[in-house]
Design a protein around this ligand. Structure first.
Ligand SMILES: NC(=O)c1ccc[n+]([C@@H]2O[C@H](COP(=O)([O-])OP(=O)(O)OC[C@H]3O[C@@H](n4cnc5c(N)ncnc54)[C@H](OP(=O)(O)O)[C@@H]3O)[C@@H](O)[C@H]2O)c1
Length: 286
């Protein structure tokens, strides 16, 4: 019965936690919406179908599960999904939910993403299941994947974030903290801010430029320009508006914070952006 289910197991944090748990010989179920894709990414683990848009997949994924690392995709109905999924988890006798939320989670936020995080937290806190909530800052990995990296690709990082300092945290650190919370005693009904250090985008491009020897510049762009660029990256309309709302929150300084929680949970200080850039020098250089 000591099985842990990781949802969105192919995600940045989910895939890392699955690997950590497997290496620690913990029984883990990797919940994915596409099993063929999941098996390619997550070798030698129990990959089970868990598509949040298909409630029929919840019960079999939750069967025999003691704890869940609940990661939700960034979709507009994630709060309703959290409600129906936690209800199913309670019915299946799940003892603990660890929710991956986000720094700045707030039910009153004008940013959709931060408000959804706040609302998901509320659902989990009221679920009747013991919980731990993890609120990570911006993943450093955003700079090497997806739209951020495309915006970096031509030697220029363009974001509508002004000169605000934004908290940057390494996904490996978040995954280590989440794995420890899942496998250790304690942490009941606690909320942890998982932060690294905060940087302006100017500081980030200077760090990357110094490490790769290739000059990258930062340009603070308007929301309209950012919207056009995201459309060029084939991002859907509602996602663009959700991302812009988050960028606005960043620009207003709502994502600058520092907490000792990550160190308390992992036993080591957070990875700096320079350490991260050195580790990924080849990707930043290409
Ligand atoms: N990125 C950040 O900087 C950051 C910071 C703080 C918090 N967060 C939060 O972390 C969570 C994950 O974000 P991320 O950026 O790490 O995501 P990600 O790496 O892009 O992964 C998204 C995941 O969602 C899965 N997915 C999409 N639709 C699904 C569905 N209908 N049913 C089941 N799985 C589905 C994808 O599966 P496939 O592989 O099949 O596509 C993938 O595993 C979000 O709640 C986000 O708000 C992110």
């Amino acid at each position: 019965m000591n099985t842990i289910l990781v949802t969105c197991a192919t995600s940045t944090i989910g895939s890392r936690v699955v690997k950590n748990l497997k290496n620690a010989h913990v029984r883990v179920k990797a919940g994915v919406r596409n099993r063929a894709k999941g098996r390619k990414i997550l070798r030698d683990v129990d990959v089970v179908e868990l598509d949040f848009e298909k409630p029929a997949s919840y019960l079999s994924a939750l069967k025999g599960v003691e704890k869940v690392l609940l990661i939700l995709p960034v979709i507009p109905n994630q709060v309703e999904i959290t409600r129906s999924f936690t209800k199913a988890a309670k019915e299946q006798g799940v003892k603990k939910i660890v929710l991956l939320s986000g720094l700045g989670a707030d039910i009153k936020s004008s940013s959709d993403i931060l408000r959804w995080h706040g609302e998901k937290e509320k659902v989990v806190r009221k679920s009747g299941i013991s919980y731990t909530i993890l609120r990570p800052g911006n993943f450093m990995q955003n700079y090497i994947k997806g739209c951020y990296s495309e915006m970096c690709g031509n030697g220029k990082l363009t974001l509508p974030q002004g000169d605000a300092k934004i908290n940057q945290v390494d996904a490996d650190d978040i995954a280590q903290a989440a794995s420890n919370v899942l496998t250790n005693f304690g942490h009941k009904d606690r909320i942890y801010n998982l932060t690294g250090y905060s940087y302006t985008n100017m500081e980030i491009v200077d760090l990357i430029s110094n490490i790769t020897g290739k000059k990258i510049e930062y340009e603070d762009i308007s929301e309209d320009t950012a919207r056009t660029k995201m459309k060029q990256c084939n991002i859907g309309e509602w996602m663009i508006e959700a991302m812009l709302g988050l960028q606005r929150a960043c620009k207003e300084g709502l994502m600058e914070a520092y907490s000792m929680d990550l160190k308390d949970l992992t036993g080591k200080g957070p990875t700096t952006f320079a350490e991260f850039a050195i580790r990924h020098k080849t990707m930043f250089s290409s």
